[in-house]
Design a protein around this ligand. Sequence first.
Ligand code: PEP
Ligand code: MG
Length: 696
Amino acid sequence: MAQLWGGIAAVFKSWNGKKAISYRRIEQIPDEWGTAVNVQAMVFGNMGDSSATGVAFTRNPATGDNKFYGEWLLNAQGEDVVAGIRTPSPINDDTKNEQNKHLQSMQSLMPATYKELDAIRTKLEKNYHDMLDIEFTIQEKKLWMLQCRVGKRTGTAALNMAIDMLDEKLIDEKTAIMRVEPKQLDELLHPIIDPETEKTARLIVKGLPAGPGAASGAIVFTAEDAVAAARAGKKNILLREETNPEDVEGMRAASGILTARGGMTSHAALVARGWGKCCIVGAGALRVDVKTKQATIVGSDIVLKEGDVITLNGTSGYAYQGSLPMMDASENPRFKRFMTMADKFRTMGVRTNSDTPEDAQVARNFGAEGIGLFRTEHMFYGAGSDKPLFFLRKMILSNTVAERKVALAELYPFVKASIKKTMEVMDGLPVTIRLLDPPLHEFVPQGAEKQAELGKALGLAPEQIRERGEELHESNPMMGHRGVRLGISYPEVTEMQVRAIFESAAELNKAGHKCIPEIMVPVTCDVAELDVTKKIVDAVHADILKRFGLTALEYKYGTMIEIPRAALLADRMAKTAEFFSFGTNDLTQMTFGFSRDDIGSFMNDYLEQKILPADPFQTIDQDGVGQLIKMAVEKGRATKPHLKVGICGEQGGDPASVEFCYKNNLTYVSCSPFRVPIARLAAAQAAIKAGAKAKS
Ligand code: PEP
Ligand code: MG
């Protein structure tokens, strides 16, 4: 009895162990759920060579193949299999791979018991309608089932199993759609190593393909180092002899995981697979020395040191030296079929945040139904931005309206080309173009050298550049002269942008395209700001109609809701606005009073001390910010019943936030191109949960 009570207490205590707490945080499992203890008679797999133990999946958890998949060990206890201490044997031929093909399978060594186990596999799937993860022990030839639960799987496996089980009539369409977690889709869209380069890359070691896709990064040897590297924004590969549950946070932080020991059902493999993380286990030739932070390869002169960059192919189990080029793996017919099926249930729109024709095309291929946010200012960053940035700076440094107008005229063709090309890609779909948003001083060069360079080009003394930069300097630029306020002070800046939008649309429509521009005013807090700006829009619109000889040029005029006051006064905002788009990055910043650029220094403390359940900049704070959204939708629609309402903050691609938007009757969510499929699936699942029927 003392032993029994001791065992029970140990299980309850394990709920508050470090590894369990980490795991819960990562998986967002509430602490208050607690755990339970199941008391059952013990069976022993370590009673000689007629005893054994194993772990199996009713289908392959990495690929989804409908093949019984598992590992076993003769004369052993379950812990020996999952801890990755011994490399287990395959249960059958289907589980054989390079590393374990010489080991004897249960199928050949204990054929009768294997058959019994295989029959149980079929029975379990019929009963549970899902892929199961089972644990069994054979004590002196007698088979005992210890545990069975729904099995963790990669995104690829989740998708393949959902479609196979639908075709096998084991599940219906709705269930199939619910079977893939939206975030798992990310894995399917994840890069793989460019196959051509892979052929000639220098192989370091081979192991088991435990988690899909590819990853490259600098080697770290401890979980703590992986966490530190990730915090510093460095991609890293966690290299371990074997992983144990204490490594869970490091595994999460690493871009990829490589271990010397363990099988496909070892802890590292299970956890990595659940997260869709690139992982190779059981690379037997690897010798890891954590003390010296070095690893060697048996039969090779390669020495791997901390910081060395390597690339993992988690789909084949091969690790290579250096950083190899990657390519995208999205053209998958089963993925397309699955997404088409999900769309039959989806009622809320999904758009994209894209600022270039290239991004817009990617998003359109992923099923985006328009652009929900085109950030005008992005043409001033990155490749090809030199010229437009030069004219923008010239405009910013202008001292008079006349000077500013000259600079704006020079800037105009760049702004127009950027807008027009993106609208062309989105032919037939709405494109929401937001007027210039950031504070202007962001664009004035800071260092003396850069100021001198700009001064020379503009014919100004470096001193004048510095002075103007200082004039523009603000103590709190996030709440300073930005967004609509720029246009209030400098109406000619708004005029230039609106002209670029209307002229692009008029030209494209004349050429046979269908453009539906939506002009969006950022950082507003009062309808009067919208009214002042609308006068400029109306004047330019009338002028374009006249110049192009048109009777109509369709467009919409709306605003972002990203200041709490705008949400509070949404009924008034909707008098002028034809649409709202929640800018939940700024709305979260201004509702919490947390600077979105500075939360890195304290957000972890808030999460660790459970002051907040999640980072509100990643997932909508439904209690606070959510209330403002709900109220603004209701107030806005009280003024205009058919007001179009969307969201374009980062949370627009987060599945929980997408569900919240659905429940609050948003017209669409808008997110970055690679999150479009995630949002589509999350919106379909939200509709299914609410009882939606398939559209025919
Ligand atoms: C927002 O604030 O949510 C938004 C989309 O605008 P930006 O991120 O450009 O400020
Ligand atoms: Mg904003």
